[in-house]
Write a protein that binds this ligand. Structure first.
Ligand SMILES: *Cc1c(COP(=O)(O)O)cnc(C)c1O
Length: 360
């Protein structure tokens, strides 16, 4: 565990480093207006929600953020959970059970997987971003089950690539399934900031307020009857205390800022492109992996970058498949063009022979 300083800086072995391993893509956790909103909410409502949302913990800020979220995502309804993890743990078991089927992209995040396992539904994985593989699984298994979910991510957390959402949605419709998209790394980054586009009632988009929104909390957006059902049946919503008012106030201010002020996302993409262009790769999000191969090599390179004043995490199996250990760079609007240029030159200098890895 590494102590984080302000914004993009953190401390490693007593030394101040620039972090390229943080999810605060737009720098909103440090934004004055966002901080002020949190402070004002504490003054007005106190520090805690003091009960489950269903009992007496549902303070007015919840309604404000849920209506902002569904207006921005263009869905009928939205529901805020305690975290992204809790959203998946509540959502998936509320929708499917033992008689049902879940088809999941091989690379989905641990918390979707945990939700899927908890549901008791039959779980099959399809090859990453492979529509034919998904379709084969549907053909083989769909008819044997009542309901069916297809799970994927808007932006994959370790590869930074996006999913073929319209095509997966067409499959979901053809096979009477519901597509659930985890948009944790997509909100604030792709689609002009609003993340994955909502395509209709056979789709749910869930995400977190802990990444680009710089705060904490999870959400699900979709059709109203589904949200109504979740309020009655998602156990991680019902049996856990509501979020602190300041946390929601910060998220709300951040969501409004993402929607109304494009300067943060423009800076972010400028940084992503500067780095990727210099290394000759095509970025799809704020997550840019350089696949190295062997874990020891990835760790060695991460340490060398640390000596040069950067914190870039080395991601190793089992988090990623064997043979694909990598350096995972994430970018922020808080970086500066000078920092990005220097980083790119240092990376090229340290790794002149590295074949630049395309996300697999
Ligand atoms: C971070 C993350 C989550 C969990 O969100 P929290 O709000 O931190 O619990 C869920 N899914 C993906 C893909 C993530 O990257």
């Amino acid at each position: 565990m590494t102590p984080r300083h302000d914004g993009i800086y953190l401390e490693r072995r007593g030394k101040k480093c620039i972090s390229f391993s943080c999810n605060d893509y737009l720098g909103l956790s440090q934004h004055k207006a966002v901080k002020l909103a949190a402070i004002e909410a504490i003054e007005q409502y106190g520090t805690g929600a003091c009960a489950s949302r269903l009992v007496s913990g549902n303070h007015p800020l919840y309604e404000a953020i849920e209506s902002e979220l569904c207006a921005w995502k263009k869905t009928e309804s939205a529901l805020v959970f305690g975290s992204g993890y809790l959203a998946n743990m509540g959502l998936i078991p509320a929708l499917v059970g033992e008689r049902d089927l879940i088809l999941a992209d091989k690379y989905i995040h641990a918390c979707m997987l945990d939700g899927a396992v908890l549901s008791g539904a039959t779980l099959h994985r399809f090859q990453h971003n492979d529509l034919d593989s998904c379709k084969r699984q549907l053909e083989a298994h769909r008819a044997k089950h009542d309901r069916c979910l297809i799970l994927t991510e808007g932006v994959f957390s370790m590869d930074g690539d996006t999913a073929p959402i319209p095509e997966l949605y067409a499959l979901a419709q053809a096979y009477d399934a519901t597509l659930i998209v985890d948009d944790a790394h997509a909100l604030g980054v792709i689609g002009g900031g609003s993340g994955t586009k909502y395509l209709g009632e056979n789709m749910l988009i869930m995400g977190t307020l802990s990444k680009a929104a710089g705060s904490y909390g999870g959400y699900v957006c979709g059709a109203k009857p589904v949200m109504d059902w979740l309020v009655q049946s998602a156990r991680s919503l019902i049996f856990s205390t509501g979020l602190p008012p300041a946390t929601i106030a910060a998220s709300l201010a951040a969501i409004r800022m993402m929607r109304d002020d494009s300067t943060h996302i423009e800076k972010l993409w400028n940084h992503i492109r500067m780095f990727a262009d210099r290394l000759g790769i095509t970025p799809q999000s704020a997550i840019v992996p350089l696949v190295i191969g062997e874990p020891q090599t990835a760790i060695k390179l991460s340490n060398m970058l640390e000596d040069a004043g950067y914190f870039v995490s080395a991601i190793r199996p089992p988090t990623v498949p064997q043979g694909t250990a990598r350096l995972r760079f994430t970018f922020s609007a808080l970086h500066t063009p000078v920092m990005i240029q220097a980083l790119a030159e240092d990376v090229l200098h340290l790794m002149p022979h590295i074949a630049v890895g395309k996300p697999s």
